[in-house]
Write a protein that binds this ligand. Structure first.
Ligand code: ADP
Length: 333
C-alpha cells in the first residue's frame, strides 16, 4: 500500500461575498479535509467570466474570496490555494474535453438552463461548456473527492461522464471524481425566505453573508417568516418553520434546539424569542470570521504570496497530468 494521500479539489467563483451556504456546503469540508488529503482549492475566476464579463471588481472579489477562505480556517501552507487563471494547463485540458462533450447533454444541464434564463442577452458558449471547464479543473489534479454543496450534484455526474469517456477513448488516466461531504448527505443551506438556496447574487436580504455586520444579521433573521404557532401538539412543521430550525442546527447548540423543538411540540413556542436566539448565535458565528477577513484583506502582499505559492503547487500537479494526457491522446510525436 502506498501512503500517498488521496486528492481533493474544489472551487468557488469570485462573484461576490461568501455566505453561509458556501461555508456549510463547501468551506467547512475544505477545512477538515486539509488535514487528511492532498488538497487543491481554487478561486474560479474563469468561471465567473461566463456570467460576469465586467471585470472592474474582479481583483477585489478574488482577494475577498481568498481572504474569506483563509479566515474560515484554510491554511495556505497545507493546501494549494490558487487562482484558476494562473494554471494555464486548465485551458488545454478544457479544449481536449470539449471534443468529448456533446451539445445535447450540455444543453440539458439545469444550471445552464437557469443561467440562460437569467442572462438572456449573454448565452455564450462558455456558459454552455461550464461543466466541461469544471471537469478540467477537477481532473487536472486527478482528484477523487470534490467537496461541494447539493446544487453541484449534476455537474459532478457530468464530470464522471467526461472523465470516463476520456479513459475509454484514450486509456485510463483519470479517477472518477465524486462529490464529498463528511456527513453522508450533501448540504443545501436554504435562503431565509425559504424560496431557494442562499446565493452570492440573488436575493441579498435572504442570504447571510460572512461580511454582514451584526445589525444586518439581526435584521435579516428577525424578518424571516413565521405564523401564529402550532395549534395541536406534535404537528408537522411548515417549510418556513423547518427552515428556521434548519438554520439553528448550523450555529446553535443542541440544548437550545431541543428547547425550541419541545416548545413547538407542546404549542408554547414563541417565534420572536426563537429568532432572537438564532440572530444572536449567527452573530457569534459570523462576527469573528468577518473581523479576520478584514485583517487579511488589508495585507495585499500576503495575498499575492498565497496566490503565487498556490499556483506553483497547482501547476506542478497540472503539468504531471498533462504529460499523461498528451501521451494518451497520441500528441507525442
Ligand atoms: P454561489 O452559488 O453562491 O455563486 P458557487 O457557485 O461559487 O456559489 O459555489 C461555491 C460552493 O458553495 C459550491 O460547492 C456550492 O455547492 C456551494 N454552495 C453555494 N450555495 C450553497 C447553498 N445555499 N447551500 C450549500 N452549498 C452551497
Amino acid at each position: 500500500m502506498s501512503n500517498q494521500k488521496e486528492i481533493v479539489m474544489s472551487g468557488i467563483r469570485p462573484t461576490g461575498f461568501l455566505h453561509l451556504g458556501n461555508y456549510f456546503g463547501a468551506i467547512r469540508n475544505y477545512v477538515r479535509m486539509q488535514e487528511d488529503f492532498e488538497c487543491y482549492f481554487m478561486v474560479a475566476d474563469l468561471h465567473s467570466l461566463t456570467t460576469h464579463p465586467d471585470t472592474k471588481e474582479l481583483k477585489e472579489n478574488v482577494h475577498r474570496v481568498l481572504a474569506e477562505n483563509i479566515a474560515c480556517g484554510l491554511d495556505p501552507d497545507k493546501v494549494a490555494l490558487y487562482c484558476q487563471s494562473h494554471v494555464y494547463e486548465t485551458s488545454e485540458l478544457y479544449l481536449y474535453l470539449n471534443m468529448l462533450a456533446y451539445k445535447g447533454e450540455l444543453e440539458k444541464t439545469v444550471t445552464f438552463k437557469d443561467k440562460a434564463r437569467q442572462h438572456p442577452d449573454n448565452i455564450n458558449a462558455g456558459l454552455l461548456t461550464y461543466p466541461v471547464l469544471q471537469t478540467a479543473d477537477i481532473i487536472l489534479h486527478r482528484a477523487k473527492y470534490v467537496p461541494v454543496g447539493k446544487d453541484q450534484e449534476q455537474h459532478l455526474e457530468m464530470a464522471r461522464n467526461f472523465a470516463n469517456r476520456f479513459n475509454h477513448r484514450y486509456g485510463e488516466v483519470f479517477p472518477e471524481p465524486i462529490a464529498f461531504n463528511y456527513n453522508q448527505e450533501l448540504v443545501k443551506v436554504p435562503s431565509l425566505d425559504g424560496t431557494g438556496k442562499m446565493s452570492k447574487s440573488e436575493n441579498q436580504m435572504a442570504t447571510l453573508y460572512l461580511a454582514d455586520e451584526d445589525d444586518m444579521i439581526r435584521k435579516k433573521v428577525m424578518k424571516t417568516k413565521t405564523d401564529g404557532g402550532p395549534t395541536a401538539p406534535n404537528s408537522p412543521k411548515p417549510d418556513y418553520i423547518e427552515n428556521i430550525f434548519g438554520l439553528m442546527k448550523l450555529v446553535s447548540n443542541e440544548e437550545v434546539i431541543n428547547k425550541f423543538d419541545n416548545d413547538y411540540n407542546n404549542c408554547s413556542i414563541r417565534y420572536g424569542d426563537m429568532k432572537k436566539q438564532l440572530a444572536g448565535d449567527m452573530v457569534n458565528f459570523i462576527a469573528p470570521i468577518r473581523s479576520k477577513v478584514n485583517a487579511i484583506l488589508a495585507d495585499e502582499h500576503y495575498l499575492k504570496d498565497v496566490m503565487r505559492k498556490g499556483a506553483e503547487k497547482a501547476r506542478a500537479s497540472a503539468r504531471a497530468t498533462m504529460l499523461l494526457v498528451r501521451e494518451a491522446i497520441g500528441l507525442n510525436y
